[in-house]
Design a protein around this ligand. Structure first.
Ligand code: ADP
Ligand code: MG
Length: 643
């Protein structure tokens, strides 16, 4: 007897379903694509239990005749292509004829559909891949599909579903992509009676405002390019609105959301040196390419594509991004040598701009605004909280560690008034090299109340590193990671004690949030509260912030909360699971002073003192070094000084 046999259809469909239907979001994606392919202008999505119990998608598209509705559930049943050649001309989102077959093999599906001009529509019920009912029914024009108990017949798959918040987040993200890609279509999304999204047909600008807010719209500038059979339109973010996660980056190819490392990179490099390596500018870019030149047939979920001429599209997008930047005066204009878009140009630009200073280009708030004039939401502004609100808190251990490191030099200094008249001048304890300025500053110190930089022995270079003389040589501290370590430990303590150290805002800050942010805030609420954020979560899109942790600077409240969520998601994607660690690390990363922030003497002193009061002053929560030491002997060796 032969051992090889053909799989029954129902089993083949189930196997195919593994590729097409991974989670509730996949069903939403496939069915909304079908609705769009059917020319719908209104699409409503209702889910229950994050789609695990019910997914319902209704559209006002073309509908199907009874005959078609019946066979639509068969494998490879599609109305979208008929011949080999059609594969090269795909203008629809679907074409494999797989989705309905796959979905109905792992759920209970009820479809109602009616075409224009028909009096009655058709009802088709399918369970476990088998059509169990076809009948006539009264229904609206268009198609509605209810998918119940997804994976009910495949418990192993059901087990792999994540928490409702996570599954819902995927659905929301997919709906946001559709919403941005199809501004001319009205979409609604609700979960268990909560309206999560409701966007009316309109222009792309209106759509961006509806999906995000005005702030996002203001953060974007137009992008436009036309090339050989390729058109790019859309928006890219101003450099100072770059975020630390890719969540707001959208690339659509012929109406389909795609991911492309290469093309993202093209846009990124268009910013020249305006972005740090790990920052992601928001963008919403629509590419229109002759379908013959694209192969979307790469991956079942079709988010990756192949172009026949990737480098051309790369160059086009890069040049377009660069042009947008320079047209908006974000990069000094410079003529590009023909055909040269590579490193040499960037190098030339850098060379041409020795004085270039980000702080000059994008002035932040000059002084910290008082609560009364605090902006509605700190925005995505990259400007740091003013550090040093807190008093230094040297502890016994920290003091000891610092003395070991620095010698007596940076121990608290006696002020002249506390010295007995005949005591040796403190400066005389210093070596010759520093005694003159120290003495000089000693005298001026009482006048301006400033901390003496030389006596404190701290210098900031490039607004990034702090240098200090050590007993045994030289210490270099990375100011950002140092502050990150300090805030991280404070955050962990605060969450463990569940005794939030919160500063109240005079006026609660109203924040418009995206459905995804909203869902995440609800999920993390307890720990965020313990951290010091006092929130009241109102409707589906509004959160009021009443209090924030102490280290959040005025005007930064909204931005830091939002960035904390971003960073949290990023950590989650990296596979981290310890919620508190992730929240503490996210907060620390986002609320800390950045490279580029100038620090006063007092701020540097606070920073160093607080750093050495932490449990681990040498490594940041991500494992990066905080302090580098260079021994005097090493310097001597390098200068050829033999002692
Ligand atoms: P594909 O989209 O790849 O063609 P599907 O299994 O998703 O395959 O759908 C099968 C067919 O059912 C489609 O080709 C289309 O003709 C029809 N169909 C599915 N959904 C709808 C809808 N919402 N409105 C009209 N026709 C639909
Ligand atoms: Mg389809």
């Amino acid at each position: 007897m032969s051992r090889i046999h053909k799989l029954p259809d129902s089993l083949a469909n189930k196997i195919a379903a593994g590729e097409v239907v991974q989670r509730p979001e996949s069903v939403v994606k496939e069915l909304v694509e079908n609705s769009l392919d059917a020319g719908a202008t209104e699409i409503a999505v209702v889910v229950k239990n994050a789609g695990k119990s019910l997914l319902y998608i209704a559209d006002n598209g073309s509908g199907m005749a009874e005959e078609d509705a019946r066979i639509a559930f068969e494998r490879h049943a599609t109305s979208k292509i008929t011949s080999d050649e059609d594969l090269d001309r795909i203008l629809t989102l679907g074409f494999r004829g797989e989705a309905l077959a796959a979905i109905s093999s792992v759920a209970q599906v009820e479809l109602k559909t009616r075409q224009e001009g028909e009096e009655l529509g058709t009802l088709v019920r399918v369970e476990n891949g088998v059509v169990v009912e076809v009948s006539k029914t009264a229904c609206d024009r268009g198609t509605s599909i209810a998918v119940k108990n997804l994976f009910f017949s495949v418990p192993a798959r059901r087990k792999f579903l994540k928490s409702n918040a996570t599954e819902l987040k995927h659905i929301v993200e997919t709906m946001q992509r559709f919403a941005l890609a199809y501004p001319e279509v009205t979409f609604t999304l609700s979960d268990d009676d909560t309206l999560l999204m409701s966007v009316k047909a309109g222009t792309i600008e209106e759509r961006i405002r509806a999906v995000y807010n005005d702030e996002m719209l203001n953060a974007l500038i137009a992008l436009e390019a036309d090339g050989d059979g390729v058109r790019a339109r859309g928006f890219i973010g101003k450099p100072n609105f770059a975020r630390k996660s890719k969540t707001d980056q959208y690339l659509f190819l012929n109406g389909r959301y795609i991911t492309s490392k290469l093309l993202s990179h093209a846009i990124f490099t268009g910013y020249e040196h305006l972005l740090d390596a790990q920052s992601y500018p928001p963008y919403i870019v629509f590419l229109e390419v002759d379908p013959e030149r694209v192969d979307v047939n790469v991956h079942p979920t079709k988010s990756e594509v192949k172009f026949d001429d990737e480098s051309m599209i790369y160059g086009l997008l890069q040049a377009a991004a660069r042009r947008s930047m320079s047209e908006h005066n974000l990069v000094p204009a410079m003529r590009m040598p023909q055909g040269d878009t590579g490193e040499s140009v960037i190098a030339a630009l850098r060379y041409a701009l020795p004085q270039y200073d980000r702080a000059e280009k994008f002035p932040g708030p000059p002084t910290r605004p008082g609560p009364a004039d605090a902006p509605g939401d700190g925005g995505a502004s990259a400007w740091p909280p003013a550090y040093g609100r807190e008093k230094p808190m040297p502890t016994g251990r920290a003091g000891e560690l610092m003395r070991q490191l620095f010698g007596e030099q940076s121990a608290p200094l006696p002020t002249p008034s506390t010295l007995p008249p005949d005591a040796p001048h403190p400066a005389s304890q210093l070596d010759l090299a520093t005694s003159t300025p120290a003495t000089f500053r000693q005298e001026t110190r009482s006048l301006d109340g400033d901390v003496d930089p030389v006596r404190a022995g701290l210098w900031q270079i490039h607004n990034k590193y702090i240098l200090s003389q050590l007993r045994s040589g030289l210490m270099i501290v990375d100011q950002h990671v140092a502050h990150e370590r300090i805030l991280y430990e404070q955050a962990v303590r605060s969450m463990q004690a569940a005794m939030p150290m919160s500063q109240q805002l005079l006026f609660p800050l109203e924040m418009k949030v995206t459905p995804a942010e909203y869902a995440l805030m609800r999920e993390l609420r307890n720990d965020i509260t313990a951290l010091g954020f006092e929130l009241s979560i109102e409707r589906g899109d509004t959160v009021f912030v009443h209090g924030v942790p102490h280290d959040v600077g005025a005007g930064q409240e909204g931005a830091i909360l939002r960035e904390l969520l971003d960073q949290y998601l990023e950590y989650q994607q990296m596979g981290m699971t310890d919620q508190r660690h992730m929240i503490a690390a996210s907060f620390a990363c986002r609320a800390s002073i950045k490279a580029g922030d100038p620090l006063s003497q007092e701020e540097m002193l606070n920073l160093i003192e607080n750093l050495f009061a932490t449990s681990m002053p040498y490594v940041c929560p991500h494992g990066r070094p905080i302090v580098i030491r260079i021994e005097l002997s090493e310097l001597d060796r390098r200068f050829g000084r033999t002692s």
